[in-house]
Design a protein around this ligand. Structure first.
Ligand code: PRP
Ligand code: URA
Length: 209
């Protein structure tokens, strides 16, 4: 069964408070999402494999660790996921970036794929799907379906705020997926918004309404 990691690091929680605050403007919102994505990337890469190499320090030779060349890819769910890409790339600069475009039908709230472009070597890559919000889980499930359909074998899902309903929905459909969250909120409202949440992540990132 996939695990659920909630990152309760004080820096992440502090920045998330200002991300949630409705008085935080677009510029600051964008900067904070970027910073939290970097901090989350630090935690999410904790298990990356390393290998020993020998180097010469100015003092002596030493056997030390380097990353053992995992092939990674970050996949933002358009649009709001884009706000987390640069933050993750700061720590994993060699990662490739795929894109999955989904919008939610306003009536049914069901996600509809309108774009998908992934790195060519899908089967060999470790994918991290990024999206600030995991609400009903429909978008995340569709993004995971889309990656699996194209051959992806290793997929993680990372978001800022999740509703319990969304976490359960992912694990009902894709039980093996590990989910990384900055905050697990209370519930969804009748419109599929996370409570207390942060409002509409895409609108707040890009200044649209
Ligand atoms: C938001 C968010 C997620 C989705 C989550 O995107 O960025 O992708 O909703 O909701 P769900 O878990 O119920 O599917 P939205 O559909 O508003 O599109 P946008 O990123 O273009 O604003
Ligand atoms: N999408 C958002 O942007 N916010 C929510 O609260 C739910 C879905």
């Amino acid at each position: 069964m996939g695990k659920v990691y909630v990152f309760d690091h004080p820096l992440i929680q502090h920045k998330l408070t200002y991300i949630r605050d409705k008085n935080t403007g677009t510029k600051e919102f964008r900067e904070l999402v970027d910073e939290v994505a970097t901090l989350m990337a630090f935690e999410i890469t904790r298990e990356l494999p390393t290998e020993e190499i020998e180097i010469k320090t100015p003092v002596t030779t030493a056997k030390t660790q380097v990353l053992s060349g995992k092939k990674m890819a970050i996949v933002p769910i358009l649009r709001a996921g884009i706000g987390m890409v640069e933050g993750v790339l700061k720590l994993i600069p060699a990662a490739k970036v795929g894109h999955i475009g989904l919008y939610r039908d306003p009536e049914t709230l069901k996600p509809i794929e309108y774009y998908a472009k992934l790195p060519a070597d899908v089967e060999e890559r470790d994918f991290i799907i990024v999206d600030p919000m995991l609400a009903t889980g429909g978008s995340a499930i569709e993004a995971i379906n889309s990656l699996k359909k194209r051959g992806a074998k290793s997929i993680k899902f990372m978001c800022l705020i999740a509703a319990p309903e969304g976490v359960k929905a992912i694990h009902d459909e894709h039980p093996e997926i590990d989910i990384y969250i900055a905050a697990l909120d209370e519930k969804l409202d009748d419109h599929g918004y996370i409570v207390p949440g942060l409002g509409d992540a895409g609108d707040r990132l890009f200044g649209t309404k």
